[in-house]
Design a protein around this ligand. Sequence first.
Ligand SMILES: [Zn+2]
Length: 141
Amino acid sequence: MFDDRSSATASAATPVALDRPAKPAMWRGFRRRCPNCGEGPMFTGYLKVADRCPVCREELYHHRADDGPAYLTILVVGHIMAPLFHVVFTHFRPEPLVMATLFTVGCVALSLYLLPRLKGFVVGLQWAKRMHGFGGVPART
Ligand SMILES: [Zn+2]
């Protein structure tokens, strides 16, 4: 679980936890919690990732989620709402204005619900896979 890198190099190395299971980290991120401890909040705002976890002090500013959460949100919302649109139209045939209003509000609400959760999911994956500076290995000078 821990790798004492002092045997590989002559520098004084800090023990680094090598195991970072991806599924728990992504689930913690989806719950908008720190991928390391699962207790501290990951966000300081709606989508602003905290620099550090307030509970375990894990650095979170290394994330590079970029447009990934938005693409995932569109993918998930589209795959939920498009079949639902078809079912509602074929079975109930509501008035066009009712249907447009219903699905507009539904798409926006589901997108606003999923976007921060999928961003947490992506940040959790990046943390688990040690991407973009999440490596935790101290810099050697
Ligand atoms: Zn934490």
